[in-house]
Every structure is written in structure tokens, then in C-alpha cells.
Design a protein around this ligand. Structure first.
Ligand code: DX5
Ligand code: ZN
Length: 219
């Protein structure tokens, strides 16, 4: 069986106590830490930026999986790399020149992720699949935690996984939004190997992170 990773989103953490929340995630067995960066322009919500990421960086060795929902993204990529991002994921709609943004992330020695909104087709990123590390499939419209999983996303995951297998490509398939104990099995069976989760990780079972990570992994 393939290894499943969980990337808890700190969007649902206690923002007044992020240092401790990061430590709880590490102790609870998080494989990655998902950081949702929003600009109130590309998405209708505002969250955190590079100073907060760099302040947290020293409190854990767990890789930071930084999801940039900001536009134009290109001029800020370096700031997130310097702040301590390990994976930098961008949306193709948020940059004028996707190939140069990908090149920049690589030059900064970070892993490259490309994210697809529910209405964005795989075709938009197809030619880059050979050269990136991860595809982040949005299973909600980005902007807020706690939304309902869009079921038709499962077909997109399957389609992407088929392309990956046919061409023997290596990128990770990460899925983000509305993942819970009821649908995580479907998401994994469709081909995802990294699941993002905010609400389920921090709110279910009274916020028992270890238990929630295990349950999402079906372990
Ligand atoms: C949505 C964010 C997601 C979201 C996940 O814009 O990218 O990471 O917060 O949270 P839940 O698991 O609550 O849907
Ligand atoms: Zn996200």
C-alpha cells in the first residue's frame, strides 16, 4: 500500500497560540504542516504572511507546506522561501508567467506545487507535470476552512492519477478542502497520497490530533 501523508492546515488552529499548536502537530505525527496564505484579493479572506511563518519555523522540523492563495504571486515567492517554506504551491491563475514562477521556486531550492481550483482543468498544468513535485487539487473553492467537500473532485483526482501512472511520473497528489473521516477513503482510493485537513484535525475528537491523523490515514 502507498504511504499516505497528512498535512494539517493551521487555518483551523488556535491563532493566539500557534507556537504550541505547531508542537502539538509534531507530537501528533503530522507529516507536513499546511500553511494557508490568503491575500483578500485572489481569495476573499486574509490570513498570515512571511513574518509569522519565519517566527514558527524554529519550533518544528516538520516541513512547511505553504499554499499561496495570493496574486500576483511571483514577486512574493522569494519571501516565502526565505521565511522557511519547504513546499511552495501556487495557483496558475495567480502568475503571468507560470514557467518562470516554477523556475524561481526551483532556483530557491524549494519543492514546487501547482494548485487546481475546482473549475480549473488539468490541461492548464499538463505540460509542467514532468517538472514539478506536487499537484494540489482543491476540493472546495479556496478561501475558508470548514466547507463541504465537492464530490466531483474525485473524478479529477482519478484522471490526474491515471496520467501520472501512464507516464510514470513522480509528483505527489495532494487534496485540500472538506476532508473528513467519511470521505478520506474515497480520496485515497482515487489516487491522493497527501491529505490536507483543518477542521477534522483540530476540531474532531476534542482536537485529539494523533487520533485524527491516524483515522484520516485509515491506519
Ligand atoms: C481553503 C484552504 C484549506 C482549508 C482546509 O482555502 O486551502 O486548506 O482550510 O480546511 P478544512 O479541512 O476545514 O476544509
Ligand atoms: Zn490550503
Amino acid at each position: 500500500m502507498k504511504k499516505i501523508k497528512i498535512s494539517p492546515s493551521i487555518l483551523s488552529a488556535d491563532f493566539s497560540n500557534l507556537r504550541n499548536e505547531i508542537k502539538r502537530l509534531q507530537t501528533g505525527g503530522a507529516d507536513l504542516i499546511h500553511v494557508d496564505v490568503m491575500d483578500g484579493h485572489f481569495v476573499p479572506n486574509l490570513t498570515i504572511g512571511p513574518p509569522v511563518i519565519s517566527a514558527l519555523r524554529k519550533y518544528t522540523k516538520v516541513p512547511f507546506d505553504v499554499h499561496l492563495m495570493i496574486s500576483p504571486v511571483h514577486k512574493y515567492i522569494k519571501d516565502y522561501a526565505l521565511a522557511g517554506a519547504d513546499i511552495i504551491t501556487i495557483h496558475p491563475e495567480a502568475t503571468k508567467n507560470l514557467s518562470s514562477s516554477i523556475k524561481l521556486i526551483k532556483k530557491l531550492k524549494k519543492k514546487v506545487g501547482l494548485s487546481l481550483n475546482p473549475n480549473t482543468k488539468i490541461d492548464v498544468i499538463k505540460k509542467y507535470l514532468k517538472s514539478i513535485d506536487l499537484v494540489l487539487i482543491m476540493s472546495v473553492y479556496p478561501g475558508f476552512g470548514g466547507q463541504k467537500f465537492i464530490v466531483r473532485t474525485l473524478d479529477k483526482i482519478k484522471k490526474l492519477n491515471k496520467i501520472k501512472n501512464e507516464k510514470s511520473l513522480k509528483f505527489d497528489i495532494e487534496v485540500d478542502g472538506g476532508i473528513n473521516f467519511q470521505n478520506s477513503k474515497d480520496v485515497i482510493n482515487a489516487g491522493a497520497n497527501i491529505l490536507v485537513s483543518g477542521t477534522t484535525i483540530f476540531k474532531d475528537n476534542n482536537g485529539n490530533i494523533k487520533k485524527n491523523i491516524k483515522k484520516l490515514k485509515l491506519a
